[in-house]
Design a protein around this ligand. Structure first.
Ligand code: HEM
Length: 222
C-alpha cells in the first residue's frame, strides 16, 4: 500500500477506534450505575430487579452483541495502530519525552492489555457463568443470580486486589482516551482542550472510584 493509502487507512482506523471507545465509555457509565445497586444494602433486591430487566429487554440483548463487537474492534485497531506507530518510529528512537506525547498516551497499549486480561477474568466470574460455561458458585441457584457470586468473589482478598489495580489502570486509560477521542474526531480546538481534558479526568476518576467502592464494600463492610 502507498504511504498516502496507509495514512488514509490509519486515519479511518483512528475514527472507528475512537467511536468504539466512546461507545465503551458510555457502557461503563451504564454498567457502573447498575452495579452500584449491589451496595444498596438490601441484599441485592434492587440489583436483581435491574438484572432481570436487562435480561428480558430485547434491545439490551442486541446491545450485548454490539458491545462485544465494540470491544473487539477497539482492541484490534489499538494493536494495529500501535504496530504501525512502532514501525514508523525512527531507529534508535529513545527520547520519548521530547516526542510531545504524554506518558499516558504511551501507556495506552500496556494499560489496554491489562484491561483486556482483567476482562477475561471478569467474564469468567460472571458472564461465562450466565452462559453455563463456568459452574455456578457462591450459592447461586441460577446463572444470572449474580449477587451471591459478587459476594463470593469479593470475599477473596486476591480478587479484591486484582480488581482494584485493574480499576486504577482503567482510570489512567480512560483519562487519556477521553480527550484522545475528541482529537480523533477533529474536535481539539485549543480553547476547549483544557476543559475537555478536565472533564476526561473527572470521568476517569468517577469510573475508577465508583467501581472500586464495590469490592471494598463487600470485603470490609458486607
Ligand atoms: C466491581 C465492579 C464490577 C462488577 C461488580 C461487575 C459485575 C458484572 C456482572 C454481574 C456482569 C454479568 C452481567 C450479565 O451478564 O448480565 C458483568 C458483565 C460484564 N462486565 Fe462487569 N462488573 C464490574 C466492572 C466492570 C468493568 C470495569 C468492566 C470493563 C472494563 C466490565 C465489563 C463487563 C462486560 C464487558 C460484561 C459482559 C457484558 C454484559 O453482560 O454486560 N465490568 N459485570
Amino acid at each position: 500500500m502507498s504511504k498516502k493509502g496507509f495514512s488514509i487507512a490509519s486515519l479511518s482506523h483512528k475514527y472507528i477506534m475512537a467511536a468504539a471507545g466512546a461507545f465503551l465509555m458510555l457502557f461503563l457509565v451504564m454498567h457502573l450505575a447498575t452495579n452500584l445497586l449491589l451496595i444498596a444494602g438490601d441484599g441485592g433486591i434492587k440489583f436483581g430487579e435491574a438484572v432481570d430487566f436487562l435480561l428480558t429487554n430485547p434491545l439490551i440483548k442486541v446491545m450485548e452483541y454490539v458491545l462485544f463487537a465494540g470491544f473487539i474492534i477497539h482492541i484490534l485497531l489499538g494493536v494495529i495502530i500501535e504496530m504501525h506507530n512502532r514501525r514508523s518510529r525512527p531507529v534508535g528512537y529513545h527520547v520519548s519525552i521530547k516526542s510531545g506525547t504524554s506518558t499516558f498516551s504511551k501507556f495506552m497499549i500496556h494499560s489496554g492489555i491489562i484491561i483486556f486480561i482483567f476482562l477475561l477474568l471478569h467474564l469468567y466470574h460472571f458472564f461465562f457463568v450466565k452462559l453455563g460455561l463456568v459452574p455456578l458458585y457462591g450459592g447461586a441457584q441460577e446463572g444470572h443470580e449474580f449477587y451471591p457470586m459478587v459476594v463470593h468473589v469479593f470475599k477473596n482478598p486476591l480478587m479484591v486486589a486484582i480488581y482494584l489495580v485493574s480499576f486504577i489502570v482503567l482510570g489512567f486509560h480512560l483519562k487519556h482516551a477521553f480527550h484522545s477521542a475528541f482529537q480523533s474526531f477533529g474536535l481539539n480546538h485549543d480553547k476547549y482542550m483544557p476543559a475537555i481534558k478536565a472533564v476526561g479526568t473527572i470521568y476517569a476518576i468517577a469510573i475508577a472510584l465508583g467501581f472500586s467502592v464495590i469490592p471494598l464494600y463487600f470485603y470490609f463492610i458486607y
